[in-house]
Ligand binder design. Structure first.
Ligand SMILES: Nc1ncnc2c1ncn2[C@@H]1O[C@H](COP(=O)(O)OP(=O)(O)OP(=O)(O)O)[C@@H](O)[C@H]1O
Length: 584
């Protein structure tokens, strides 16, 4: 029952709708409780032979009117209570979504996409059921149950009522036991559903890889195991749910038998009339529904409660990126100082991914970052973008720490083109002007020219209005890279970060893009990380990272004479290039 307490804030907020709907439900129960009494009166009058034809018609009309009024009232409460419960789902979903947008990388590493999707659909559905079906079942079972008992006690016979409710305490014991089991198994079942969702999401995204490696059978086997787990978990829930109903019916059956025996005895003693006994039996039968409803209610409440805990778990997660109350809203600009003594990922605190990094980028300059794979290039960008805050050292723009800026102000001034480009399922144009939908068509086209993708786009069936599939499946890797680059460059950011963004374009296109960037970003800073050294050779400074540390630094000319990794790699790549030229 504490689930209703957990949703207290919502019931308070929507009290008008609930008071109205609940009043209707209670009135409905009163009417329903009157019907057996009316039938009892009719039977008694019939037995006594005192009922006239017109009285019979009048009573029939009363019963029909009650039925019509009940229909209208049912319609009204349904729209009120179920309509309002849908609002709860909407509120919680919006809260969750806003929360997702405020969370950091650690959060998204901890909770996977499928799990989060399960929580925003399946769990919210279970919570909505509490505010709709749960409230209905509670009010209905309580009002019908209590009113029926009231009628039995005061209008039929109190002794008969007391005798027939002897088995009911057994129900309380049953409810407590089943409730505990339901909560435990509901939580397990929802967690299993989340894992299965994760599996579907991962398999669909990685379907190409699965097929390429011929791992379909294994994947199907994995999936079967997960669905079996979900079914097993759900079966446990249904097992307890299913056990409740027949058990409650058994208890109510015992109540009816006691009532019939003792009632028959009272009739034979002339203590009550046959009509009253008929009304009594009808009331006892009507007690069955509230009892069954209590079982249903417990299932709804325990499922809802387990889901609510899962939603709260997410909402209580705090981002580690904390914005100071007096954080600066001004635009970032000026020289950049990157001074990282040590940084380790939270899930791998033993091993530092970056150490002793000291880089100074003068405003308007370009920094090149190279190094073997896993050397820490992307990790450095993650710190610049404040994906992680817990590192020793500081990063400053114009002498002001990035932690002193509002996160929005910081990110609005950094154009980041990640390695794994993500395009939205919308037109090419809207993908490019994502940061500012008011951008004119000409501005969009101009920036597409800078990243050398304009001609490609004109070649698409509908040009800039061509729809891009999820993750840009219809485009080549190079086209995706250049569209993502156009999107980042459109805002003319103070700092542009290209994280291996030129890997899928040919050498000629790369040169054209680098030249355009140089022309358009004269007083703005740029950081380019790359495996192909031609992407960084014109940079004002190049740093070579190895195992998270700077092992070489200087201009291309300086590094080429350094006898280090850079020189070796440059010569290797030059050789590759000349053998490719020969083949052509
Ligand atoms: N989220 C993470 N959690 C824990 N360790 C991570 C995480 N991301 C990266 N690492 C580790 O940090 C190190 C540096 O990785 P990073 O992605 O920065 O390298 P990189 O130079 O960008 O590599 P590449 O050129 O292949 O993109 C690697 O050892 C990697 O395993």
């Amino acid at each position: 029952m504490d689930m209703f307490g957990k949703l207290g804030w919502f019931f308070k907020q929507e009290r008008k709708a609930y008071i109205f709907g609940i009043s209707m439900l209670i009135l409905l129960s009163v009417m329903t409780a009157l019907v057996p009494m009316i039938i009892g009166i009719i039977i008694d009058n019939m037995a006594a032979g005192t009922i006239t034809g017109s009285q019979l018609v009048t009573w029939s009309v009363v019963l029909v009117v009650i039925a019509i009024v009940q229909y209208v009232m049912r319609y009204v409460w349904r729209t009120k209570i179920f309509g309002t419960s849908a609002k709860l789902e909407k509120i919680l979903r919006a809260r969750l979504f806003t929360h997702f947008t405020q969370m950091d990388s650690i959060f998204f590493q901890k909770y996977r996409t499928g799990d989060l999707m399960a929580r925003t659909t399946n769990d919210l559905n279970s919570i909505r059921m509490v505010a709709g079906g749960g409230i209905l079942t509670l009010v209905d079972s309580l009002s019908q149950g209590l009113l029926t008992l009231f009628m039995m006690f005061f209008f039929v016979d109190w002794r008969l009522t007391l005798v027939s409710i002897i088995p009911i305490p057994l129900l309380t014991i049953l409810i407590r036991f089943v409730g505990r089991k339901l909560h435990y198994h509901s939580r397990k079942s929802q967690a299993a559903f989340s894992s299965m969702n994760d599996k579907v999401q991962e398999s669909v995204t990685g379907m190409k890889v699965i097929k390429t490696f011929g791992e379909e059978e294994l994947d199907i086997e994995d999936f079967k195991k997960m669905t079996t787990n979900v079914v097993d978990r759900n079966q446990k829930v249904y097992l307890f749910d299913a056990a409740f109903r027949p058990a409650s019916q058994l208890i109510m059956g015992a109540a009816t038998i006691l009532g019939v025996f003792f009632g028959g005895f009272l009739v034979s003693q002339g203590e009550i009339t046959i009509g009253l006994l008929v009304a009594f039996i009808s009331y006892v039968t009507r007690l069955q529904w509230p009892m069954i409803a209590i079982g249903r209610l417990f299932n709804i409440l325990e499922r809802g409660s387990a889901s609510y805990d899962r939603i709260l778990e997410i909402l209580n997660e705090k981002s580690t990126i904390i914005e100071e109350p007096d954080a600066l809203s001004q635009s970032i600009s000026g020289d950049i100082h990157i001074d990282i003594d040590e940084f380790a990922y939270p899930d791998d605190e033993e091993e530092a991914s970056l150490r002793d990094i000291d880089i100074h980028i003068k405003q308007g300059n370009t920094l090149g970052i190279v190094g073997r794979t896993g050397s820490g290039k992307t990790s450095l960008f993650k710190l610049l973008l404040r994906d992680y805050d817990q590192f020793k050292g500081d990063i400053t723009f114009n002498g002001i720490s990035i932690k002193d800026y509002q996160l929005d102000s910081l990110l609005a001034n950094i154009g980041y083109v990640p390695q794994d480009n993500f395009l939205f399922s919308t037109t090419v144009r809207d993908n490019i002007r994502f940061a500012n939908m008011d951008t004119t068509d000409k501005e969009v086209e101009d920036i597409a020219k800078v990243t050398s993708v304009h001609e490609d786009i004109l070649g698409f069936s509908e040009g800039y209005d061509t729809l891009v599939g999820e993750r840009g499946v219809a485009l080549s890797g190079g086209q995706k890279q250049r569209i993502s680059m156009a999107r980042a460059m459109l805002i003319n950011p103070e700092l542009l970060i290209l994280d291996d963004s030129l890997s899928a374009v040919d050498a000629k296109t790369e040169e054209a893009i680098l030249n355009s960037i140089k022309e358009t970003r004269e007083d703005k800073s740029t950081i380019i990380s790359a495996h192909r050294l031609s992407s960084v050779m014109h940079a004002d400074e190049i740093v070579v990272l190895d195992e998270g540390q700077i092992v070489e630094r200087g201009t291309h000319a300086e590094l080429i004479n350094n006898n280090g990794w850079y020189q070796e790699m440059y010569e290797h790549q030059q050789l590759e290039l000349s053998s490719e030229m020969e083949e052509v």
